[in-house]
Design a protein around this ligand. Structure first.
Ligand SMILES: *Cc1c(COP(=O)(O)O)cnc(C)c1O
Length: 363
């Protein structure tokens, strides 16, 4: 271990714990969980100041105090992650590929001139927080504990420059077994989510803010989500809402490549591609043109279209509208590949299927 690593291990081994007095858990109806409205008893907080991480603690979930001139609010230095903890029937607790979230928050942070969070710190904080609130993890099939780690500039600062002070916070929220209805989507040809050279690959708060208005217009026209296309020509597909998107055309599973940095590299996306290859399906990561998708929809080669992401794992798309023309997609029951992969992923996450890829992190 070098000096830096020793120091991090020292900091990480000193997470102070202040337990909440009286749990809110008795008030939670596990059969009727409202997503994003109910939060577990504790949260993790760490401060970045003077070039180092300090003051690591787990405290009761509660509002925090910030300066009105808090830099993140004004200039948007704010990035986040989304991950889940699962519990199986015997009470064992699992995380799915959490190291990938640790890596990705640092990629996002680097793009926004924010400090790196040592992976050991990220992992230990998630682990201890999930442990302390493990009774909040629903064991019901399909449900889980949503984990929200985020990093933002907390410095009192009105000048435009990278801030010197940050907070890294994690809180958790139980989520019920929600079934995601197949959605009608529209290919967006006016607004853009990301552009080359931009921040589309980062899980930056501002990306979400910028997408709200076009999404709202789409919803007013009856579309639950937008399919984002490239900012230059609106000819190539990038993502579906806040998910990655995949097309099963003929015998090939096709998805937009992530190396242009306009598409966020989802962990679900990567996992689905790995499983598809193992099922013997041809996989292509490349630019996907709107024209080829519409052509495939017209001639019947388009078997399946779905979004991938931590929230829903796989979200089926029932129709695509392009330039005012609606293309209905095959019935959900006929979509053998995505149904099979969704089941396989669920089995891995709940410890039922063999974890041949080392994706499971046991707590
Ligand atoms: C988080 C996110 C995804 C999905 O990533 P997962 O790691 O699979 O949850 C896809 N696209 C965008 C824009 C995202 O923010």
């Amino acid at each position: 271990m070098d000096k830096g690593e020793e120091k991090i291990m020292d900091i990480v081994s000193n997470i102070k714990i202040e337990k909440s007095e009286g749990s809110k858990l008795p008030f939670l109806d596990f059969d009727n969980i409202q997503f994003g409205k109910e939060f577990s008893d504790h949260m993790f907080i760490a401060d970045y100041k003077g070039g180092e991480w300090q003051n690591l603690k787990i405290v009761p979930y509660a509002p925090i105090t910030l300066s009105p001139a808090c830099a993140a609010i004004h200039y948007g230095q704010s990035v986040f992650e989304g991950m889940k903890a699962y519990k199986n029937e015997s009470g064992e607790i699992f995380l799915f590929r959490p190291e990938e979230n640790a890596k990705r928050i640092n990629k996002s942070a680097a793009r926004l001139c924010m400090p790196q969070i040592p992976e050991e710190l990220f992992m230990e904080a998630v682990k201890q927080l999930v442990e302390i609130d493990s009774d909040w993890i629903p064991a019901i099939e399909g449900s889980s504990l949503y984990i929200r780690p985020y990093l933002f500039a907390s410095e009192e600062l009105l000048g435009v420059r990278p801030a010197d002070e940050y907070k890294f916070i994690i809180f958790t929220a139980p989520v019920g077994g929600y079934y995601s209805e197949p959605v009608h989507v529209k290919i967006e040809t006016e607004y853009s989510r990301a552009c080359e050279g931009g921040v589309g690959f980062a899980k930056a708060a501002g990306n979400y803010a910028a997408a709200l208005y076009p999404a709202k217009l789409g919803q007013e026209q009856g579309f639950r989500q937008l399919i984002w296309t490239d900012a230059k020509e609106h000819k190539y597909i990038e993502e579906a809402g806040t998910m990655n998107i995949m097309f099963h055309i003929g015998d090939t599973l096709i998805t937009p490549n992530t190396d242009l940095e306009t598409t966020l590299a989802g962990i679900t996306r990567d996992s689905v591609l790995v499983l598809a290859k193992e099922l013997g399906v041809k996989v292509e990561e490349r630019r996907v043109s709107v024209d080829e998708v519409i052509e495939a929809a017209k001639n019947g080669a388009l078997k399946d279209v779905f979004g991938t992401g931590t929230a829903a794992t796989i979200a089926q798309i029932s129709s695509i509208t392009y330039n005012g023309v609606k293309y209905d997609l095959p019935a959900i029951e006929s979509r053998t590949l995505s149904n099979e992969i969704a089941k396989e992923l669920q089995d891995i996450k709940r410890g039922r299927a063999e974890d041949t890829h080392n994706w499971i992190y046991r707590i």
